[in-house]
Design a protein around this ligand. Structure first.
Ligand code: IVH
Length: 682
């Protein structure tokens, strides 16, 4: 064998071993060690190698069969018809290829030459089950198992309230096998995790694992308490009735019989219809009550399905079109502590870079010590990282099966402890009773807090000092040039030009930007001071009410409480800030930097300067209405999606623009989110 052949053979062996282990972990032990995306990648790599080098293909390759083994404890059930899996498509090109294969295979039949009609539905991210009804009564329920033989989970399935125990039919067929997916709704998942936490038990990393763990309980009372859900997606074996001639027709019949069916199912013409459906469903995804990981396309005519038949592992008439993974596993390389503006210490997981939800994630906030303890996250652990939609990435949980044995023994890997001294200034860390946060007790004497306070002061929404970036602030504070925001206005070109990577020209520009920030309105100045609990809105309300800084400085807590929307806690915080001698001195030193007066009513919102793309039919707004709303908010409407697009507003039948938006990771809004966004920021 040539070195290249040896390399391929080794890789194939390695891939098979990894996949076999992953299968056992997933199907038999309910303890996955690979994310779906990782598994798919390995599987595809193996498939590709075997296709390119047919001499390496063996009968025992995982590509030649469906699943794993039957676990002990449950009785085995041989499926009347095997429960197969679906081939996956990860790109438009693969969907086009699927449609082409279907069309070619149907050439010479009644379907030749026309657009194929497809039934589309969500790909539920749960577990496949088969439910057998004899003479209309639920007789047996089984998991998929290895596709040939599953486990008898009848008693557990009976606890799922949405599964009919009796079919709503006068003359039920002798046998009907309904297939579908057991899953856990997101809100039930949140609830059972809350309950587990309250009992001090381990939480589930995602709804899928929670559903798997709950369905395969030997005690069905446990399953009942978990509130699983079920959605039907097909019919297996049947005796004593004639079924509808299309998949959509069969689904409609199941719905009539009382089975829950995805409301997002549609029948579409041709491959264009598939891609439009994919984009449309993608826009619903995050708002759906349960997790989906793609769309499933099935040739609608059952007779055409029969012509197409099956390949080894999957039907030729159906395919799963996957969305980019929202969850990936990665390694915690470290846990850093960040000190915030108010001194709060936040543990942040430093992660081995991982591509998830359309971005590369390198760190994730762990919020506070309680959160780290609850999730038991340690350096060296493999964790599941989640990023859905536009939200901040989070560590969903530890994959305990991957915690290396030695890490349990070495002290460096022992449980995380919050430092008792500020990692930046060394001052004692205080933990206020009843509060999750630990704080550095050093206030503005702590360089970390000082830097954050200056950053906050200079940011765009506050005093808007252009060019005063994080690195410069770090240098200025570290060199002792700046202790308070007032020191900014005492800088000169000579000091600035002496800093790292600062030429005379940049120093002059920065001086100009600092000067330009003089005279900003009182509302911005109040926000810039960084008073606890005073955000932009409260700052505006204060400026509107008091009109001048001095009036506020002399106001009592009661007088401050009279400001609309300012409660007693906020009022007390403002009064305490104003009473503090150090703060008063800083404000004195800043005289002339702000200008008193009530804020101008401005129509500045999230729409300002943003580019929107409209696609598909919105439920209530016309194109013109949506466009008018955007323009009124100071945004503009573009015709196509690019990296410059800020928001894509997608309606029904949104097509390639939405697909493009997904590809480029743009923010996608439905009509409700869109109008809410513009309303919230008028
Ligand atoms: S049809 C012969 N439809 O995906 C094909 N499967 O990879 C039978 N799944 O084991 C599957 N949503 O657990 C079908 N709408 C859907 C589905 C779906 C999720 C799962 C199912 C199956 C796996 C196939």
């Amino acid at each position: 064998m040539s070195p290249a052949q040896i390399k391929n053979a080794d890789r194939v062996r390695d891939l098979r071993a990894q996949i076999a282990t992953a299968n056992t972990q997933y199907y038999v032990l309910d303890a996955p060690t690979l994310s779906d995306a990782e598994y798919d990648r390995l599987f595809r790599e193996l498939q590709t190698l075997e296709t390119e080098h047919p001499e390496l293909l063996t009968l025992d390759s995982p590509t030649q069969r469906v699943g794993g083994k039957v676990a002990r404890g449950f009785v085995g059930v041989t499926h009347r018809l095997p429960m197969l899996s679906l081939a996956n498509a990860f790109s438009e090109a693969e969907v086009l290829a699927f449609d082409r294969r279907v069309s070619e295979a149907l050439a010479g039949t009644g379907w030749a030459g026309t657009e194929i009609e497809y039934a589309c539905e969500p790909k539920f991210d749960g577990l496949a089950v088969s439910i057998l009804y004899r003479h209309g009564l639920l007789a047996q329920g089984a998991t998929r198992g290895d596709g040939e033989t599953g486990e008898d989970v009848t008693e557990n399935l009976r606890t799922i309230r949405t599964i009919p125990l009796r079919l709503a039919l006068e003359n039920p067929p002798a046998e009907l096998e309904v297939r579908g997916e057991v899953l856990m709704l997101r809100h039930d998942f949140e609830r059972i995790n809350q309950e587990a936490l309250a009992r001090g038990e381990k939480t589930f990393v995602n709804p899928r694992n929670a559903a798997a763990g709950s369905l395969r309980q030997l005690d069905s009372r446990v399953t009942a308490a978990r509130r699983l859900s079920f959605f039907a997606y097909g019919i297996g074996s049947v005796e004593g009735t004639v079924l509808a001639k299309t998949h959509a027709g069969q689904m409609a019949w199941l719905a009539d019989l009382g089975f829950p069916i995805a409301s997002q199912r549609r029948v579409v013409p041709g491959v264009r219809g598939l891609l439009d459906y994919f984009a449309w469903l993608g826009a619903q995804r995050d708002a759906m009550p349960y997790a989906i990981d793609g769309a499933v396309y099935k040739v609608n005519a059952i007779a055409a399905q029969t012509v197409l038949g099956f390949v080894a592992r999957a039907p030729r008439f159906a395919i799963a079109h996957k969305y980019p993974a929202q969850e990936e596993m990665t390694l915690v390389e470290g846990i850093d502590i960040q000190v915030g503006r108010t001194g709060v210490l936040t543990p942040v997981a430093r992660l081995k870079p991982v591509f998830v939800g359309g971005v590369t994630v390198t760190n994730a906030t762990l919020h506070n010590a309680d959160e780290v303890a609850k999730k038991d996250i340690r350096v060296g652990d493999t964790v599941m990282v989640r990023r859905a939609g536009d939200v901040i990435p989070e560590v969903a949980g530890v994959v305990l099966e991957r915690r290396p044995m030695r890490d349990l023994l070495e002290p460096i890997f022992s449980a995380f402890v919050m430092p008792t001294e500020c990692p930046v200034c060394g001052a004692p860390v205080l933990r206020i009773e009843g509060e999750a946060a630990a704080r550095c007790s050093n206030g503005l004497a702590c360089p970390a807090q000082r830097k954050q306070a200056i950053r906050h002061f200079a940011q765009r929404r506050a005093m808007d000092i252009e060019g005063l970036g994080d690195k410069l602030i770090d240098q200025l504070v570290d060199a002792g040039q700046i202790k308070t925001p007032a020191d900014l206005y005492r800088l000169d070109v000579a000091i600035l030009a002496g800093l790292d990577r600062m030429g005379e020209k940049s120093a002059e520009n920065l001086m100009a930007a600092i000067s330009a920030s003089r005279g900003r309105p009182l509302s911005r100045f109040l926000f810039a001071l960084g008073i606890r609990h005073v955000g932009e809105e409260t700052a505006k309300a204060l400026a509107r009410h008091f009109g001048a800084m001095d009036t506020l400085l002399h106001a009592s807590v009661e007088q401050i409480s009279a400001v609309p929307d300012v409660g007693p806690v906020v009022a007390a915080s403002i009064a305490a800030f104003c009473a503090e001698p150090h703060n008063r001195a800083v404000i004195e030193a800043l005289r002339g930097v702000w200008s008193d007066g009530a804020p101008q009513a401005q129509s500045v919102g999230r729409g300002v300067g943003k580019t929107f793309v409209l696609t598909g039919t919105l439920p209530s707004l016309s194109r013109e209405q949506a466009k008018a709303l955007i323009e009124a908010a100071g945004g503009k409407v573009a015709g196509s999606v690019s990296k410059k697009t800020d928001f894509v507003v997608a309606g029904f039948d949104a097509g390639s623009k939405l697909a493009k938006a997904h590809e480029l990771g743009r923010v996608i809004l439905n009509e409700a989110e869109f109008t809410k966004m513009l309303e919230e920021n008028p």
